[in-house]
Design a protein around this ligand. Sequence first.
Ligand code: CDP
Ligand code: CDP
Length: 223
Amino acid sequence: MKRDIAIAIDGPAAAGKSTVAKIVAKHLSYVYIDTGAMYRALTLKAIQHQLNVDNETEIVELLNHTSIQFKQNGEQQLVYLDDADVTHEIRSQEVTHHVSDVSKHKEVREEMVQRQQQLARSRGVVMDGRDIGTHVIPDAEVKVFLIASVDERAKRRHKENVEKGYPSNLEELKKEIQRRDQIDSQREVSPLIKAEDAIEIDTTSYTINEVAERILEIVSSKI
Ligand code: CDP
Ligand code: CDP
């Protein structure tokens, strides 16, 4: 009989983590958890409260009074910040610009990791982020680290923005992605890094389905 496992998908911005994670989760009838959405929701609230994102004490205090939940609406996963649906708002340029600064604080990460571990306590989960394989689910049966060239990642995000009717400038987007990758990779606490036992997949010239299939093959070999 097949057993339920945990699948950790990490990597830099716009590498295709969430798109592929959703396909893999759907295929296996697993739960998908987007940890980036949790950091984005907290960042949105910090902006709403006009907090200084560098002030760790204030940001942690805010998080301690904040509920972040995922709700399924048919195919779509909605993100709730306290009682409000913020699924779209958390993708704004302003949130994207500040999220890495909010996410670098030690106590913020400790609390988020605890909440994420709670969400992943039963197996049958696909979780994507930056530190899933290294800190959130270090004993995940499958760990994947997705990468792609920064030009390709910027192009993909740009295309996505244009399709959704969001304002988007390719060069600005590339700079923002590089800036975010740098903060995420260089922070002291649980930086973006490939877990030793993660399988790296360079998706630069792969389609979404090819990447999903590759992960499903890895999963099959484990269950
Ligand atoms: O989708 P995109 O790559 O733009 O970003 P995301 O996955 O929504 O994550 C937004 C930000 O949250 C990242 O740039 C990190 O600063 C932070 N993050 C993190 O620190 N740890 C995670 N496990 C997930 C996200
Ligand atoms: O979650 P993450 O930030 O890593 O990336 P994403 O939001 O899943 O993917 C960013 C964009 O790249 C989306 O529009 C995907 O459809 C697209 N993509 C692609 O074109 N080819 C891939 N192999 C993976 C993602």
